[in-house]
Design a protein around this ligand. Structure first.
Ligand code: NAD
Length: 414
């Protein structure tokens, strides 16, 4: 039975702890988020009424450094989900070896229903409410589902106004004009591309003409479609909240992008036939890339997934039950905490550049990203083969091991 995302995250930790014989005292610490803040975010709407939204910021663990994690604006945001996403951030930062702990934030809201002014008010008030928790040495937010560069700029400005001077390093995923990094916008998708290519090569499957299906066409999914097409892959299916499109001969990335720019959805793109989001996941393909929300591959559909490889661009798209079914069916799953770590990696580069006030070129950023992703991929793969475990178990073990080492080296306070 599937539970919440938090149950899923705990189950993954517990399983890794069992396999690696984790010290039960360390396990106990890691099962609990360090702190969780629930805030009320009242704003004046355009019709002059006041509405209160609920927001969260969770720090899961800071043993390896300040915490890092996105902010999500979505109607289904809840504390359990934010806790799970924060825990996954802890392992993710450790897997790619960047000196951060894990955090996540969110507001229960559909940002598409707000005007620009309301969105700015919501963001500034939410930022003010979580102000005691964030800061360049403390906790550094970034974009996630429903938030973007502009939202990050408003948070940076709100924090800076309270400090009395500009603090670009308080958030990442900012516009270039206020201390953003070259290459950040497509970084998560670029990292997904690197690990997808590495997986295809490892399984001796040709990259050229590999058939790919992508669920989600946002900040992560859209660059994935573009970058994998550039590698010679054939993107046969793409979907978003509005629905999906399928063309076994391939969808034009340029055509999709211009259709999306016009209509804000890939649904209805005339270069393919319409499919539902359920059908999309079950299409004939070599690689399936969920890049939308969690828990989309479940025990209900896992045995109908045709892909040979699932690359988790989204966080938590596969439930533990589905994971087992996919494993039994020999579907290779490249787990979220490895596959989508390109975003936090370039966020780390952005933070380093902000702190030094010295900026790198896109080529420098992409080359450093590629090195981190390919080396992390090899570390996880080697561990999986050595321990005879899945890539997810290996990635979780690697992350937990590094966090546990930092925790025990520092010792339990007081
Ligand atoms: P986004 O808001 O930019 O895009 C989300 C996409 O998912 C949109 O295309 C939306 O239409 C689609 N979607 C939403 N609900 C859906 C549904 N019910 N069915 C099908 N499609 C649906 O968000 P994003 O930043 O691209 O994030 C996508 C996933 O990647 C999330 O799981 C996020 O946590 C993860 N992620 C994002 C980053 C990043 O840098 N933005 C980094 C790591 C992981």
């Amino acid at each position: 039975m599937s539970g919440s995302a938090w149950d899923q995250a705990l189950a993954q930790l517990d399983q890794a702890a069992r396999i690696m014989n984790l010290d039960p005292n360390v396990h106990e610490v890691l099962r609990n988020p360090k702190r969780a803040l629930i805030v009320s975010v009242p704003i004046r709407m355009d019709d002059d009424t006041v509405r209160s939204f609920t927001g969260y910021r969770v720090h899961h663990n800071t043993s390896r450094g300040p915490s890092k994690g996105g902010i999500r604006y979505h109607p289904s945001v809840n504390l359990e989900e934010v806790k799970a996403l924060a825990m996954w951030m802890t392992w993710k930062c450790a897997v790619v070896g960047i000196p951060y702990g894990g955090a996540k934030g969110g507001v229960v809201v559909n940002p598409k229903e707000l005007s620009e002014r309301e969105l700015e008010a919501l963001t500034r008030r939410y930022a003010s409410e979580i102000l005691p928790l964030i800061g360049p040495e403390r906790d550094i937010p970034a974009p996630d589902v429903g938030t973007d560069e502009q939202v990050m700029a408003w948070i940076m400005d709100t924090y800076s106004m309270n400090s009395g001077y500009s603090v670009p390093g308080v958030v990442t995923g900012k516009p270039l004009a206020v201390g953003g990094s070259a290459g950040r916008r497509a970084a998560t998708g670029r990292g997904v591309m690197y690990v997808t290519v590495a997986t295809l090569k490892h399984l001796a499957m040709p990259v050229d003409e590999a058939r790919v299906v992508v669920q989600g066409y946002g900040k992560v999914g859209a660059p994935v479609v573009q970058l994998l097409s550039e590698q010679g892959c054939i993107v046969v299916g793409v979907g978003d909240v509005g629905g999906g499109v399928y063309n076994p001969r391939g969808l034009s990335p340029v055509g999709l992008a211009s259709h999306h720019a016009e209509t804000k959805t890939v649904a209805g793109y005339e270069g393919g036939e319409s499919v539902t989001n359920e059908e999309l996941l079950e299409l004939e393909c070599d690689v399936l890339i969920p890049a939308a929300l969690e828990e989309v591959i479940t025990e209900g559909n896992a045995d109908r997934i045709h892909a040979r490889i699932v690359v988790e661009a989204a966080n938590g798209p596969t439930t533990p039950e589905a994971d087992e079914i996919l494993h039994d069916r020999r579907v290779r799953v490249v787990p979220d905490i490895l596959a989508n770590a390109g975003g936090v990696t370039v966020s780390y580069f952005e933070w380093v550049q902000d702190l030094q006030a010295y900026f790198w070129t896109a080529d420098e950023v992409n080359a450093k990203l590629r090195k981190v992703m390919e080396e992390s991929y090899v570390s996880v793969l080697d561990l999986a083969e050595e321990r005879k475990v899945t890539m997810r178990q290996a990635a979780t073990i690697l992350g937990v091991q590094r966090v546990a080492e930092a925790h025990t080296t520092r010792g339990l306070f007081p």
